[in-house]
Design a protein around this ligand. Structure first.
Ligand SMILES: [Zn+2]
Ligand SMILES: [Zn+2]
Length: 255
């Protein structure tokens, strides 16, 4: 699997985009930086978009992607939990803010919604997908994606308390968030996010439950805190004696 980090941050600036991953050019996870990162041709190749939760930084490019696909005569399917579809339907593609591309064109709609069930494995395109609930302020699922004997797990936004999640997954790569630096730990716990020190505890928990630690990549950093987060993550990597990488826009890895 080829994983491209189109957006790796919690803030959009000239140099950073909101979180979005692109797998093998055909499947996207979260939609914070899809249309701003990809050519029209690349957008038309996306056949599935998996959304972790309803927050704006994760769903924002569904309408803009849909407009491009509509004008280009292409279509795609969005997979998520029902709460996310309610927000898209009622607050974003509601015919007030933007068109409802599930009806356009009527004979071959641009966007289809396909609800997923947490904890229930299913096939999406050629991937084995397992949505697993994580700890955030609104209903949120992370996704384990497997193909060709390899798998990774992307948490989406999450706070601490992931031991039940760890029991259900066995990835070679864990893509997990660290939104704030350690001085924001109290805020992070309240908001359902992680800081490097909270992440360290969760990774210790992973090792306890699974007996190993996968390769770790960090996303969803707040741009203005990134220096501190990077230094604190380096300390976590040293303490746990594992490599941990901070993602950046355009980073690509092969799994
Ligand atoms: Zn969120
Ligand atoms: Zn977020």
């Amino acid at each position: 699997m080829k994983i491209r980090f189109l957006g790796a941050h919690n803030c959009e600036t000239k140099d950073t985009r909101l979180v979005s991953l692109l797998i093998d050019d055909v499947l996207a996870i979260d939609a914070g930086g899809l249309s701003s990162s990809l050519s029209l041709e690349a957008q038309k190749k996306i056949k599935a978009v998996l959304l972790t939760h309803q927050h704006y930084d994760h769903i924002r490019d569904i309408p803009t992607l849909a407009m491009n696909l509509f004008l280009g005569g292409a279509n795609t399917t969005v997979y998520s939990i029902p709460a996310v579809f309610e927000v898209l339907e009622n607050n974003l593609m509601d015919e007030v803010i933007y068109p409802d591309f599930r009806q356009k064109p009527p004979d071959k709609p641009t966007i289809g919604f396909s609800p997923i069930e947490p904890n229930k494995a299913r096939k999406i395109l050629d991937y084995d997908v397992l949505p697993v609930p994580v700890k955030h302020g609104v209903p949120t699922v992370g996704y384990q994606l497997g193909a060709g004997g390899k798998s990774f797990f992307y948490t989406g936004d999450t706070g601490p308390g992931l031991s039940q999640c760890w029991e259900q997954i066995s990835p070679q790569l864990l893509i997990i968030e660290a939104t704030g630096s350690n001085k924001f730990t109290e805020w992070a716990v309240g908001g359902g996010h992680l800081t490097p020190s909270l992440l360290e505890r969760e990774l210790e928990g992973f090792r306890e439950v699974k007996g190993y630690l996968p390769r770790i990549i960090i996303v969803h950093m707040s741009s203005h805190l990134e220096k501190d987060i990077a230094a604190e993550i380096a300390a976590v990597a040293k303490a746990l004696d594992i490599p941990i990488t901070l993602a950046h826009e355009g980073m690509e890895i092969n799994l």
